[in-house]
Design a protein around this ligand. Structure first.
Ligand SMILES: Nc1ncnc2c1ncn2[C@@H]1O[C@H](COP(=O)(O)OP(=O)(O)O)[C@@H](O)[C@H]1O
Ligand SMILES: [Mg+2]
Length: 254
């Protein structure tokens, strides 16, 4: 028997009133790869993420992680399965420091009780937090409140917090938005390292095509809730349908 894909999305549909945000979408993400989900604004990318992390319930279809049907799991159970995410519009504790935000990410897996949450962190946890802050390049802002960072650096902070969960699958919603070119190069390197060294599987929503094309193993393209193409970066960048629906228009070329 062949091993199942790490993530298997089979025919999911999401409706908001009369609007079909995701329309019978299927794709598979293989273990240890970077898989990008791209397409114009409103295509249904974030809604798909919200289904996988279980914030939204698809009206139809099935989501599996390593063959296990997770379509009805609660979000905390997904975290325990090793699924972590960042948000397009940030979900940080704005008044807390960089350090405290990442520390709270660690607590999601170590503390299942209030007592555990209130206990001072172990040296091991503090080291983990420091190393994650360093990996995303925020060491100098360790004590800065999240609200004082610019948008790009807040996104890096969210990435560090997601990594604190020690995820096996990382869902990143526009991690390069607001980043300067030098920061994008660092992100490119970090994501490659997360996959190659730490064995994490990444599903990436991103408009910065320079990043998508350089790091993705495979790309799924959505438009109006549907999958319109799938392939390698080379195949996608040459696909007339994709150029017409997205690359020729909305994609950010850096
Ligand atoms: N909670 C919601 N309620 C109603 N409509 C929504 C909601 N979330 C997303 N939508 C709509 O669903 C469509 C897909 O949105 P989204 O998944 O955010 O697209 P993308 O991330 O690809 O830009 C859009 O038309 C959007 O307005
Ligand atoms: Mg979105």
């Amino acid at each position: 028997m062949s091993t199942p894909p790490f993530l298997d999305i089979e025919g999911i549909t999401v409706r908001f009133g009369g609007l079909t945000a995701v329309d019978n979408l299927s794709f598979q993400v293989q273990r240890g790869t970077i898989h990008a989900l791209i397409g114009p604004n409103g295509a249904g990318k974030s809604t798909t993420f919200n289904c996988i992390s279980r914030y939204y319930q698809p009206t139809m279809g099935c989501i599996r992680i390593e063959g296990e049907d997770v379509t009805h799991h609660v979000p905390t159970r997904m975290a325990r399965l090793g699924v972590a995410r960042t948000f397009q519009n940030l979900e940080l504790f704005s008044e807390l420091s960089v350090y405290e935000n990442v520390m709270l990410g660690c607590h999601s897996h170590s503390a299942h009780t209030l007592g555990g949450l209130l206990r001072p962190p172990s040296g091991e946890t503090r080291d983990l937090v420091d190393s994650l802050i360093e990996r995303v390049g925020l060491t100098h802002d360790r004590h800065t409140r999240a609200i004082e960072l610019d948008f790009g650096h807040q996104k890096l902070l969210e990435l560090a917090r997601a990594l604190a969960l020690k995820p096996r699958l990382l869902l990143l919603d526009e991690p390069a938005a607001g980043l300067r070119n030098s920061d994008i190069e660092n992100l490119d390197q970090l994501l490659t390292e997360l996959v190659q060294r730490d064995g994490i599987t990444v599903l990436l929503v991103e408009h910065v095509m320079q990043l998508v094309m350089s790091i993705s193993n495979r790309i799924t393209v959505m438009s109006f809730g549907q999958k319109i193409a799938e392939g390698t970066p080379k195949e996608i960048s040459e696909d007339p349908l994709v150029i017409e629906a997205y690359l020729g228009k909305g994609a950010a070329h850096v």
